[in-house]
Design a protein around this ligand. Structure first.
Ligand SMILES: N[C@@H](CCC(=O)N[C@@H](CS)C(=O)NCC(=O)O)C(=O)O
Length: 376
């Protein structure tokens, strides 16, 4: 008897993240396809807005947002442990989840909508209207896929020069990931952590499963393919305590990946924080939209434009919380490691006011964090 119901779809980035997590944890669940009917009858009434995935528990609670879903399930099912205890590993995990969720969405959307568009439109139609005729599915798919296709451009992959830069960066990342997974089975070594599920989101549904992207991955990164398949048929994990993670070190082969994140994503987050802080001052009492205008960014030496996403700063806050909670020896080790991977901007990040998640955006935390003892 299933304890959880996952409403999602094979084509969905964030469904992939939660599905891989549920499979590895061995939690009892069944998956329901997010068709148009499912959206109308279940997702909209429960979540209040159209989004996948959501998880519904046997007790009827609705969980939304993959980071919050996994955190809630981890509290209920602490073993096998997903979170390492060591300071450096906790920091690396939070950073890689931020990277997977909020940065690798750029290549994921670019490749889907600029290299797999017709396939993706058909897949959207089949998901939305599984019983319709192929012609109807194409029409439905084109309509449903519209906003997602535009998102590739809004997230940054607009001009031909920037699209080439996105591909250059992604192919280099694939080479770095391939070297890592050639050396080690999982991100932190011998057992999966949240870093694996964070990276699996962008890399599975779009980059492994979409046909043209899957060809690229199989050609350039066979060890990444094997890691994806390993996460889909998880071995039983021995033990189950957080201290099963190896000593608190970060594998050297992860360093180029974190260095890439620091170089590419951190300047965007720093500018987003400045803009959100200003926006909050200029719009007192207003709810924060999913995008607050556009800003410039740089990738592989190319200048582009993208939306400013407040939600990314909530994910960043989680990583900053890990860092800011470190004391003494742990802080010193984290600083040394961050400097080593080019993380000066992360260390010195100018945090916006304390945030809480609100749907697909954020809101100011009550008392702006003071009540939560989070003053820095
Ligand atoms: N941060 C959210 C993102 C969820 C999300 O973006 N889901 C996509 C499908 S993979 C979606 O339904 N998007 C609807 C939209 O962006 O309006 C999470 O972690 O759950």
């Amino acid at each position: 008897m299933a304890q959880y119901t996952l409403y999602g779809a094979p084509i969905s980035y964030f469904t992939g993240k939660v599905r891989a997590y549920l499979d590895w944890k061995g939690l009892p669940y069944h998956e329901v396809l997010a068709t148009a009917d499912t959206f109308r009858e279940v997702i909209l009434p429960r979540a209040g807005f159209p989004v996948i995935p959501i998880v519904v528990t046997d007790a009827g609670e609705t969980l939304q947002d993959t980071t919050d879903i996994i955190a809630a399930l981890e509290l209920r099912h602490p073993t096998p442990a997903l979170a390492p205890r060591g300071a450096l590993q906790r920091l690396a995990v939070a950073l890689l989840e931020l990277y997977g969720d909020e940065w690798l969405v750029i290549p994921a959307m670019h490749y889907r909508w600029h290299h797999n568009r017709e396939w993706a439109q058909r897949a959207f139609g089949e998901t939305n209207a599984p019983t319709a005729s192929p012609e109807e599915q194409i029409a439905v798919g084109m309509q449903r896929a519209g906003p997602f296709a535009q998102a590739a451009v809004r997230l940054g992959a607009g001009t031909p020069q920037m699209r080439a830069a996105v591909e250059k960066s992604y192919e280099a990342l694939l080479a770095e990931l391939d070297a890592h997974f050639q050396a080690l089975p999982y991100a932190l070594g011998r057992r999966p952590s949240m870093a694996d599920f964070g990276l699996y989101g962008p890399l599975y549904a779009h980059q492994y499963r979409d046909p043209a992207s899957g060809d690229i991955m199989r050609r350039l990164a066979p060890h990444v393919v094997r890691w994806i398949e390993r996460l889909q048929s998880p071995p039983t994990v021995s033990g189950g305590h957080a201290n099963d993670f190896e000593a608190d070190t970060i594998p050297a082969t992860l360093e180029p990946i974190l260095r890439r994140q620091m170089r590419e994503q951190m300047p965007v987050l720093a500018d987003s924080a400045m803009r959100l802080t200003q926006w909050l001052q200029d719009h007192p009492g207003e709810s924060v939209p999913r995008a607050i205008g556009m800003h410039g960014f740089e990738l592989e030496g190319v200048q582009g434009e993208r939306i400013v996403r407040p939600y990314s700063l909530w994910m960043m806050q989680r990583a900053r919380d890990v860092y800011c909670s470190l004391k003494g020896e742990d802080r010193t080790r984290a600083d040394t490691w961050l400097d080593h991977v080019g993380g000066g901007q992360f260390r010195l990040f100018q945090d916006p006011p304390r945030l809480v998640r609100s749907g697909l955006s954020v809101a100011l935390a009550p008392n702006n964090g003071e009540a939560q003892g989070l003053m820095r």
